[in-house]
Design a protein around this ligand. Structure first.
Ligand code: GLN
Length: 476
């Protein structure tokens, strides 16, 4: 293989390491050198970690001894809200700029056990609120495909690092689309696992009933390898699923794919993107898969429900960042001053907006009108999807309404930014697994911008979603 080592997928790198075509150190150096060269322009990483010589040597030793772990010796990037012991973890907020992780997240422990290496921590929207990575306190990340455009968010740094080959693969977190949407905008694969498939222990909490950690990768197969390494029950996260209660999903030879035509036809979806989507469906049909029309009428309310529930959980989760227990501490004349100053200085404007919104929808007098209603909508959405899954294996729509936009285009208009999540939030509200896989590109102002197709599977059907993604890769 002639391509540079940093451009390898996990599968290619694992093979090359075992064929003695390269060493773990050479693979690390290739990624690290690419990151040093390109990161100043992209701002994908907030920090590059020093090489852990002992971990590199240990991984090499394992490979030499015949270890078959696919992730052994593979350099990965970590979103800056996942704890790696001893390293700064800031969630791209001034509030946690100096905060050091005192323990490993469960996913970190599992990846270390598998022999993976960590190149650095990646940029994101502050506390993972946003769809463009413009809300980072440390400057936006640029899209490697077109640096005048956003890479998507909130895991924009991880997506850009993978797409620009500044690592082999990465982890992100997804509360309403933050893995899938940046994956779509940068032309890579992103999986949001079933809620509870992956432990949230050691993930800086955003919306605890919505958050999942998942892979951003160069192929569906790579995403599956990473997912397999991090999934599974964890006594440190009581919401994780005991896999014994989830029998393996039967994988059909050919898929029945549900298409919610009304949803895809709505205003705001770029016609050029819709064309790429329709062409992709035709290719899947030509490959022997069956398309069925389905109805998801409640989906039009999903975004509204999400933007009530999510800020509500944010307002509770971020209450601990008060200048006393964690993070930035400013001192005033009184204790109240201390709280107010610390939070005023530490948080960015989007974070403040959501805390205010969340506090409002939970306040007595409004909780019934907003929070409880939105919560009830989750059940209705679950039931609607359950009915749809009686007819199909997976549900397909585009990941985003349009391709990557330019910096500043939506950052002044919160609602326009929120509308970016119209296709992705339902999977989080219902807990279902969902994946974005590249389906092609749209031409916009002289640029060819990647767009993604999104598959949702029923609860526990992560492997079905991954299978659908692989079928797109084959049919493309
Ligand atoms: N864009 C969504 C939001 O701003 C999703 C964020 C996420 O998934 N972390 O809430």
């Amino acid at each position: 293989m002639t391509k540079p080592l940093n451009e390898y997928t996990i599968v290619e790198a694992a093979r090359a390491l075992r064929a003695r075509e390269c060493t773990v150190l050479e693979l690390w150096d290739a990624c690290r050198t690419a990151a040093e060269e390109k990161n100043p322009a992209l701002n994908a990483y907030l920090e590059l970690f020093d090489a852990d010589d002992a971990a590199i040597a240990a991984a090499q030793k394992r490979i030499d001894a015949g270890d078959t772990s696919m992730l052994c010796g593979i350099p990965l990037a970590m979103k800056d809200n996942i704890l790696v012991e001893g390293k700064t973890v800031s969630a791209a907020s001034k509030m946690l700029e100096q905060y050091r992780a005192t323990y490993d997240a469960t996913v970190t422990t599992r990846l270390k056990k598998a022999g993976a290496l960590f190149l650095g921590r990646t940029n994101m929207d502050e506390f993972a609120m946003g769809s463009s990575t413009e809300h980072s306190a440390f400057g936006p990340t640029r899209n490697p495909v077109d640096p005048s455009r956003i890479p998507g968010g909130s895991s924009g740094g991880s997506a850009a690092a993978v797409a620009a080959h500044l690592c082999i693969a990465a982890l992100g977190s997804d509360t309403g689309g933050s893995i899938r949407q940046p994956a779509a905008h940068t032309g890579i694969v992103g999986l949001k696992p079933t809620y509870g498939a992956v432990s949230r222990n050691g993930l800086i909490a955003l919306g605890s009933s919505l958050d999942q950690i998942g892979p951003l990768a160069k192929s569906a197969e790579d995403a599956e390898i990473l997912f397999a390494a991090i999934r599974g029950h964890d006594p440190l996260d009581g919401t994780t699923i005991d896999e014994a209660t989830y029998p393996p999903v039967a994988l059909p030879e050919k898929l029945t794919i549900g298409i919610p035509r009304a949803l895809i036809g709505q205003d705001g979806v770029d016609p050029a993107l819709r064309t790429v989507f329709t062409e992709t469906l035709s290719k899947l049909e030509a490959a022997g898969h069956t398309l069925v029309d389905i109805e998801l009428p409640m989906s039009s309310s999903a975004l509204a429900a999400y933007y009530v529930i999510m800020p509500a959980e944010v307002s509770a989760n971020l209450a601990r960042l008060d200048g006393m227990r964690y993070g930035h501490a400013a001192r005033g004349k009184t204790l109240l001053d201390d709280y107010l100053l610390s939070r005023t200085e530490g948080f960015g404007s989007e974070t403040k907006r959501r805390i205010l919104l969340g506090t409002f929808v939970l306040s007595s007098g409004y909780i019934d009108a907003y929070y409880r209603k939105a919560d009830a909508a989750r059940e209705v959405l679950r039931a609607e999807y359950a009915r749809a899954f009686a007819q199909c294996d997976v549900i397909a729509f585009p990941t985003t309404p349009s391709a990557a936009f330019r910096f500043g285009e939506k950052s002044g208009d919160p609602v326009a930014m929120y509308l970016e999540d119209v296709f992705t939030v339902t999977a989080n509200l219902t807990g279902m697994p969902a994946i974005s896989v590249p389906m092609g590109a749209v031409e916009t102002e002289g640029a060819r911008l990647p767009v993604g197709i999104h598959f949702t599977a029923s609860h526990g059907g992560d492997t079905l979603a991954l299978l659908a993604a692989r079928e797109v890769e084959t049919a493309r």
